[in-house]
Design a protein around this ligand. Sequence first.
Ligand SMILES: [Zn+2]
Ligand SMILES: [Zn+2]
Length: 390
Amino acid sequence: MQRVCRAWVAPYLSHSPKLAWKRPHSNSINSIVGFRYWSTRAAEPYRPVAFYSLRPWPQSTVSRLQSRIKDQLQRFNVVGRIYLASDRGIGGINAQLCVPVCHIEAVQTFFDTLPEFKGATLEYNHGMEDTDQPIFQRLKIMQKPNLVAVPDTLKADILSKAPKHLTPEQWHRDLSTCSNDTLLIDMRNHYEYDVGRFNNATRMNVDTFRESLEVLDELVKGKDRNEAIYMYCTGGIRCSVAGAYISDKGYSNVNMVSIVNIPTPSRRDRLILLFFQLKGGITNYGHFVRNNKVKDSLFRGSNFTFDGRRGERITDDVLAHCHQCGAPCDVLSNCANNFCHLLFIQCPACQKKHEKLCSSECRDVVNGHKEWNHPYDYRSQIRPPLRQKL
Ligand SMILES: [Zn+2]
Ligand SMILES: [Zn+2]
């Protein structure tokens, strides 16, 4: 049976917002149809869909894709955030979308059949839960110098040295049987680690991916030969770049060792650390845990997401605490003072008590008793002093 899609009306309605939300008169056939739109629109489920592909596109391709993707996704009422970059840096596409469930197949087919992805297999990460409302406010398609923030000195040609990708099953098996001192690196920022992580994972304690590459250098320095290293991130893109970065260093420094089965003679003396990356990231592992009813999930807590959800739950464990009262809580939110915008953990009780504000200073600013006079600083927006006094 053909699936009825209610979301198709949304692009038309979005051009006439009055029509979209006006309850129609009840005595005409049009009004009955109109009322169905009105009454069912909010119930149309959306699904978070993410994918990335590292591609050395020239600038002309990036510009062409930007307008073509925008045109097509608007037709399907898709919202979200897409970054595009050319071969002048780490090139390709990184997309976090919110797609009406009835259009998922059409949207994926659109990307799969774009000539720019010829020869590539796009792997789509679907969110753990559908949502009643879009998790992004609008569709933004932006060009960036690099797909992920990396030091300027990093050359795109390292990407040919990608780490080995393990499926969630292989990943689970390997990490269930390896020794406790196996190096398992969480390639994400400190606040992502705090609310959910794999058992025994190393915390990078960084604010940005750019900083994490320096920390990675330190972590692998002096590692034993024949040692395997595991790394993961939300959906895989950060590990794809980080794994290539460190593999590339291994080749150039010739001071690490390979556990590749039989090195070819020309590579016999080359020393490479072997990196294993979780294919599809934590999101993919979360589906593996749920679909197979895995009782001993190696990931615990919530998988932080950079969208309106602020995370998706993998297990019921709550690993973090409210920054204000110390109660168990792992929901990150932003301070309601838009000048401050601190990303911090605030339990429901504190949200109510402090009106979603992080400090007495922010309360004074919001109430007009004080002016905000701090310069913009990304770090200060994500590093809350513990137990802020109010
Ligand atoms: Zn609290
Ligand atoms: Zn604040």
